[in-house]
Structure formats: C-alpha cells, structure tokens
Ligand binder design. Structure first.
Ligand SMILES: [Zn+2]
Length: 612
C-alpha cells in the first residue's frame, strides 16, 4: 500500500511540474465522440501552428501541423484523427526529438487513428505530412471550372469529419482549438482562411493567419485562387474572383444590416470581421459558416438579392454552432435548428413578416417531405440522432434544421418574445466558446424557461420521438397560396407575376398540374424565360417540373449547360432524378460524364450512386 502512495505522490509531483502550460481555453466534453478516434478528455491538442505549401500541379498540400498539447492526467499517448494523409515524420518538443507513433488501419468513414507516444511534460508535437490528391475535404478546381478561367482554385470543406483529410487533428466538435497558419500559394494568388484575413494579394504568395478564438476543427477552412476583396460595410466585405466581385458585392450589400439585426437579438458579434467569399460553382453546398469568413456558392449571386437568407443563416451560426457548438454530431440540431430559427428572426427584422412567413412555409413543407421520406416512425426524425457507426453527413437532412427550428418557434410562443429572447441570449452568453449536448440544453431550458414561467411543454416528443409533434407551429403564407392558385389556373391563363419573388416562382412551377401540356409549358417558357433563368432555384424547379410532363427534349441543351455549370448537389439531384425517372438515363449519364470533373466529390458521389 505504501508503494502505491509513493507512486501516486511521485506522479503528482511530476504532473505539478508540467502544469505550467496555459490553462485550457475550454474543457472538452467527457463523453467520447462516436465519430472521432481522439480522446481530448485524456490528452488534448489545444493550439495549432499550421505551415502548408499549396501545389496545384500535384493537387497536394505539404508541410507540417505543430500542435501544442495539454496532458494534465499524464496519458501515455495522444490520439489524432487522420484520413488518407502521408505522414512523413513526427517530432516532440521544441528541440524536435523523433516521436514514436503508429497509424491504425483505415476505416472508410472515419479514417485512421494516429497514436503518438507521449513523454511526460511533452507540450509540442510536430507532424510532417502531405495530403493526397483525392483528400475528401479539398476541392481542386481547374482554371476551366473558375469564373476567371485563368488560375486554378482550391477550397476546403471541413464539416462534418473531413478536416482530418487535410490536417491531422482531434476532429471532434467537443474540442476547441486556436490556430495560426502560414500558407504558401503560387505567386499571383490570394489565400484566405477562417481567421484574420488579407485584403490584398501578397507579392510572394506567402500569407499568415491568426485565429485567436477557440473553434472546433471542422471550422478550420482555407481557400486560394485568383481572389479579390471589396468592402461593403465597416466590418463586412466580400471576397470573390475578379469577374464575380462587383456582382457579389451588390448582392451582399446588406450584410452589415444583418449583423446589426443579429446583434440586436442575441448579443455582440464576437468574431471581429464578418466577410463572405463567393467560391467557384464546384462548391457543393449553399454556404459554410467558417468563422469570420462564410464560404458561399455562386448560385446565390442571382442579381436580385433573393437568396440572401443564406447570409442570415451563415451569420446566425456565429452564435449557434461557432460560439456554442454541438458536442458531437448526434446533437447536430443544436447547431442547425437554432440557426434556422435565428435566421428567420434576422430575415424578419430586415425584410419583414410576410417574406419570413413565406420562407417558414416552404421550410415546413420541406420538413413534411423529409418525414415522409424517412418514415414517420424513423428514429432519424428525432432531433437527438444516433449516428454511431454512420457518416455524420447522413444527419444533414431537414430534420435537424426544420424540426429544430420549429421546436424553438413553438417554445417562443409559450411566452412572449421578450422573455424567450432574454432566455436565448443568456444561453449563448453563458455557454460561449463551449460545446454543448442536447441534454445540457434541455436541462438549462427547464430551469431557466419552462419552470421559471411555469410552462407545461413535452420536450421529449420533439427531441426523442419521431415525426412532427401536434403542437408544431404551422406557417400560413398568403403569397404562396396565391402562387399555388395561379398554377392550378394555368390551363386557362398565364399568371400575373408582377412583384413575384423567386420563392413564389419556385412554388408556382412546382405546383403546375401534372396534366399541363407541352404547349402550355412552351408558352410559359417563352413568356418568362424559365429555361434560361439566372436564378438556379427557379431553373432547377422548372426542369424538375418540366421533364415528367414531356418537355425534356427541347430544353435539353439548356439543362446540359445548367448541370455542367452548377456543382451544388441541391440543384443537381432533382434534375438527374427526374431524367432517370423519365427514362432519359442515357442523356443523364452523358451529361454527368462531361460535367463530373467540375463537381466536388460530395456531389459527384451522390449523382454517381443515383445513375448506377
Ligand atoms: Zn447551417
């Protein structure tokens, strides 16, 4: 027994000697993340110094990731997530002694665990490595896939578990890190990150970055190419390729107003600047809320500011997601449901109630559709998901977004906005720069809202039960009802479309009766130019509606260029799906073969699976 006591004393002395490290920016959550090999609760990476060279010829990034680590309990190893990385060597300490490590077998979803043996007091690890050309997070765009057609372009997408394919890291949203980076691009390019950013090209292509606020690793982001900057407000601005810059700055001119509206609701914006970069069409998502710099698809640059709710959404993530983060991907609704709710509040403050009710109505229908698709009893329609063993990207459906958003609207309506907003504001304020679970939110809600105001609400039927609960708010948009009626009347008259927003257009097109004949479709197309609309939402809805009605052959060339120019999965899937259903798989495959090199892997894989 004595021996033990002595041993414990010795270990604690040793630990005391190591504890001169800076305290943790935030304690990682204790429950292991089912989508990460890492255990930051045992030994934690807390700060990253990243040094990478971008090589467009070999489509690789190479250099090192230097991690400052914390090992308060004296663990004998630290575990990182990696996927498809070439690890060259790993050193320990500032004097770079070789470290012992092993790389586990590769899992097709989660990658490989990198285990590094730790010496007592080890505080710095440097991992020398290179990425592979097919790294899942990296979108390498040839010049032909860019707006300028001269230089290639690179962007990253880290969410949900892709950062490990370009940086060895503890890839769990339960851990937060700060980072500095030095990125070398070819001369003539600009690099930007989810950090303090340059506004001009550097003459030697070398860029330094700093992110001093702790963020989850899925929020580390990089883009490089022929990028220019234009300011649109005191702390807001737009990055884009030069041919897109003016259009983009016009489209997003109201960003500053949105930041102000958001701050008025839930407290100060803590990240310094809020900028947005318009990426090439190969970017497979609408937007990604990378801190300080939202990544956005060029399909929202429509020339009519009709899709700027995307900015409201990504901006809202500066609170829900980036400031208070889901502890792992099973709690994804904490990021997205909050953000959808918050997005609507920003839109209402800037664009009014009618417009926002229309968006809410559309989202309600999306939710109904998703529940139908997954099945009313499916556990995947719970807010709290169980994605163990599955790719967390499977959780990226409408449930976390729309059911989550309506859950909060329902809660808001139990009292009044003043009380509810004060509650939400304190939730963000008291949990900033931490990761939170569904359970911790529910317990906070119970104490600080439900019990405080003596409310009887069954939260479990929303969080742990399937389908749409009976007390779900049902939006009722007058504008959309009118568009629906116009669609029903199409055989008798063309619609009066004065002041229609693209949302009304999309709704009208989707509701055209199945029996609408080709002559009527042609007339509509001639009158309103739907097949050549600059708005991708309208064009996608139009194609998806026209194909099953027999109007595919004539519009095939326009459809082909649409599918080639637009890389966003949201627009590709409905059109390819309808082509396949209409027995036009040969056309679909021919177009896909031509367009695939311009798609991001995320889009390419989905279309490929569909057409198999
Ligand atoms: Zn989101």
């Amino acid at each position: 027994m004595k021996f033990h006591h002595l041993a414990i004393l010795f270990v604690s002395l040793l630990l005391a000697a190591c504890q001169q490290q800076k305290p943790a920016a935030s304690a990682p959550s204790a429950a292991p993340d089912p989508h990460s090999f890492s255990r930051p609760d045992l030994a934690r990476a807390q700060h990253l110094d990243l040094n990478l060279l971008i090589d467009f010829d070999t489509k690789t990034l190479s250099g090192y990731a230097r991690w400052t680590i914390e090992n308060p309990a004296g663990a004998s190893e630290i575990i990182f997530d990696t996927d498809n990385l070439d690890i060259q060597k790993i050193t320990m300490g500032k004097d770079e002694k070789p470290a012992k490590f092993s790389l586990g077998a590769r899992d097709s979803i989660f990658g490989s665990a990198l285990r590094i043996q730790l010496e007592p007091c080890a505080d710095v690890l440097t991992i020398y490595y290179a990425t592979r050309p097919d790294a899942a997070a990296l979108g390498w765009m040839e010049p032909s896939m860019t707006a300028g057609k001269k230089l290639p372009f690179l962007f990253t997408q880290g969410q949900a578990i892709l950062t490990r394919s370009w940086i060895p890291c503890q890839d769990t949203p339960g851990n937060r890190i700060t980072y500095n980076a030095e990125i070398q691009t070819p001369v003539g390019m600009m690099a930007v990150m989810s950090a303090e950013n340059p506004q001009q090209k550097s003459p030697d292509g070398k860029y330094q970055f700093r992110m001093e606020q702790p963020v989850a690793t899925y929020l580390i982001a990089l883009a490089a190419g022929d990028i220019a900057f234009k300011s649109v407000g005191p702390r807001t601005g737009v990055y884009a390729e030069p041919p897109m810059l003016e259009k983009s700055a016009w489209e997003f001119a109201e960003m500053e107003k949105m930041v102000e509206a958001a701050e008025a609701l839930y407290g100060s914006y803590v990240w310094g600047r809020y900028d947005l970069i318009v990426l090439p069409t190969g970017f497979p998502f609408g937007g990604m809320e990378n801190p300080r710099l939202t990544f956005a698809t060029p399909t929202v640059v429509t020339g009519d500011r009709s899709l700027v709710s995307l900015v409201a959404h990504e901006l809202a993530h500066s609170w829900s997601g980036n400031l208070v983060t889901n502890s792992n991907w099973n709690d994804f609704w904490l990021n997205e449901g909050f953000t959808v709710y918050f997005e609507r509040r920003i839109m209402e403050a800037v664009y009014g109630k009618d417009y926002t009710e229309m968006l809410a109505q559309l989202e309600y229908w999306e939710l109904e559709e998703e529940v139908m698709l997954l099945g009313e009893d499916s556990p995947d329609t719970h807010l709290k998901l169980d994605l163990t063993g599955r790719n967390p990207d499977d959780g990226v459906g409408d449930i976390a977004y729309q059911k989550g958003g309506f859950f909060l609207t329902m809660l808001e309506r139990q009292t009044d906005r003043a009380k509810w907003d004060a509650f939400l504001k304190s939730w963000f304020d008291e949990h900033k720069f931490t990761s939170q679970s569904t359970e911790s939110f529910l317990s906070y809600l119970k104490t600080n809202y439900l019990e405080k105001y003596n409310l009887k609400v069954n939260t479990d039927e929303w969080v742990y039960a399937p389908g749409i609960p009976a007390n779900c708010p049902r939006p009722n948009s007058v504008k959309l009802a009118a568009a629906e009626k116009a669609a029903a009347d199409i055989a008798r008259q063309l619609p009066d479309t004065k002041n229609w927003t693209p949302h009304e257009w999309v709704h009208f097109v989707r509701n055209l009766p199945a029996a609408t004949d080709v002559a009527t479709l042609k007339k509509l197309d001639a009158q309103f130019g739907l097949s050549s609309s600059a708005n991708a939402e309208i064009r996608c809805a139009w194609y998806a509606s026209a194909i099953p009605k027999g109007y595919a052959a004539e519009i095939m060339p326009g459809m082909e260029s649409f599918l080639t120019e637009v890389g966003r999965r949201r627009f590709l899937m409905p059109v390819y799906t309808e082509l396949k259903k209409a027995g036009l798989s040969d056309d679909a495959r021919r177009i896909f073969q031509k367009a695939a090199p311009g798609y991001h892997a995320v889009s390419r894989n989905s279309v490929e699976a569909l057409l198999k």
